[in-house]
Design a binder for this molecule. Structure first.
Ligand code: KIV
Length: 287
C-alpha cells in the first residue's frame, strides 16, 4: 500500500499567523507551526513605534527592525554605519509600539563579526534593553559559532543569506547563488544555519528556483526578498512597500501606496493655508 501525503489543511484561523485571532505575542514556535501547516506569512521592517503600531494592528505577525534603518531612516548611504546604540534605541521603540508581532532586532555590522562572545553581548543587549523576541545576523557557515552561542543562550536567531548588505563592499548589490557552485554553497549555508539552531532564514536576491529548493530542503521557514514566490514568507522594507522611498526602488519590491506623494501633498496643503492665513480657524483656536 502506498501512503499518500496528507493534503495541507487550511490555516486554523485561531492559530493563523496572519488573520489569526490570538492576542498574545507571536513566538518562533508559532512560525514553526506555520511551516508545518504550509501557511505563508508576511514580514515588514519598522523603525519607530507609530509605524510599528500600524503594522501590528494590520496583523503583520513579524516585524524586523532591520539595519536597513541606515538607508531608510537615518540617512546613511548603506547599512554599514548603523551602530548598536541606534539599533537598541529604535528596536525598543518598535517593541513599545506593538502588542502581538514578534519583533526581530538586526545585529548591525561590527556587532558580531569578532566572534560568539561579542555576538552574545550585542544580542543580549537587544533582548534585555529593547525587549526583542529574536535577533537576525548575516552569514551561514561564516556565522555558525555566533548562531550556536546565541541559540545555546536561549536567543532565537534568524539567519540572512544570499545578498548580505553588510558585505556590500565585497559583494556589491547582485543576485547571489547563480551557477552550480554558488547554488550548492547557498544550500550548504542554509542547512548549516538550520543545524546550528536558527529558527528561520532570510533569502535575499536569490534565483526563484534555488529559493524554492532551499525552502523544500529546510524544516525551518524561509523568508524571501527578491527570491521568487515559493518561500514560506515574504519580507519588504516598509518604506519601499508604502512608496515613501525616494528615487529608484529595487525591481523585486512592490509599492502598495504612494506615501511620498500623499505626505508631500499634505505638507504643501498645510504650508499653503499658513501662508494664505486660512489656518488656524476658529475651531482650532482657544479663548
Ligand atoms: O535590514 C533589513 O531590512 C533586512 C531585510 C531586507 C531582510 O535585512
Amino acid at each position: 500500500m502506498t501512503l499518500q501525503a496528507a493534503p495541507k489543511q487550511p490555516a486554523d484561523s485561531a492559530k493563523a499567523l496572519y488573520g489569526g485571532k490570538g492576542t498574545r505575542r507571536i513566538t518562533v514556535l508559532d512560525l514553526a507551526g506555520a511551516k508545518e501547516r504550509g501557511e505563508k506569512w508576511p514580514m515588514l521592517t519598522a523603525y519607530d513605534a507609530m509605524t510599528a503600531s500600524v503594522f501590528d494592528e494590520a496583523g503583520i505577525p513579524v516585524i524586523l527592525v532591520g539595519d536597513s534603518m541606515g538607508n531608510c531612516h537615518l540617512g546613511y548611504d548603506t547599512t554599514v554605519p548603523v551602530t548598536m546604540d541606534e539599533m537598541a534605541l529604535l528596536s525598543a521603540a518598535v517593541v513599545r509600539g506593538t502588542r502581538r508581532a514578534l519583533v526581530v532586532g538586526d545585529l548591525p555590522f561590527g556587532s558580531y563579526q569578532e566572534g560568539p562572545v561579542q555576538a552574545l553581548r550585542s544580542a543580549t543587549r537587544l533582548v534585555k534593553e529593547a525587549g526583542v523576541g529574536a535577533v537576525k545576523l548575516e552569514g551561514g557557515e561564516r556565522s555558525l559559532p555566533q548562531t550556536e552561542m546565541l541559540v545555546q543562550a536561549g536567543i532565537p536567531v534568524m539567519s540572512h543569506l544570499g545578498l548580505t548588505p553588510q558585505s556590500v563592499n565585497t559583494m556589491g548589490y547582485r543576485v547571489q547563488g547563480r551557477g552550480d557552485e554558488a547554488a550548492h554553497r547557498l544550500l550548504r549555508d542554509a542547512k548549516a544555519a538550520q543545524d546550528a539552531g536558527a529558527f528561520a532564514v532570510v533569502l535575499e536576491l536569490v534565483p526563484a528556483e534555488l529559493a524554492a529548493e532551499v525552502t523544500r530542503s529546510l524544516h525551518i521557514p524561509t523568508i524571501g526578498i527578491g527570491a521568487g514566490p515559493d518561500t514560506d514568507a515574504q519580507v519588504l522594507v516598509w518604506t519601499d512597500m508604502a512608496g515613501l522611498t525616494g528615487g529608484k526602488v529595487p525591481r523585486f519590491t512592490k509599492q502598495y501606496a504612494d506615501l511620498r506623494q500623499t505626505l508631500g501633498d499634505a505638507a504643501r496643503a498645510f504650508a499653503g493655508e499658513v501662508v494664505g492665513g486660512t489656518f488656524p480657524q476658529e475651531e482650532h483656536t482657544f479663548h
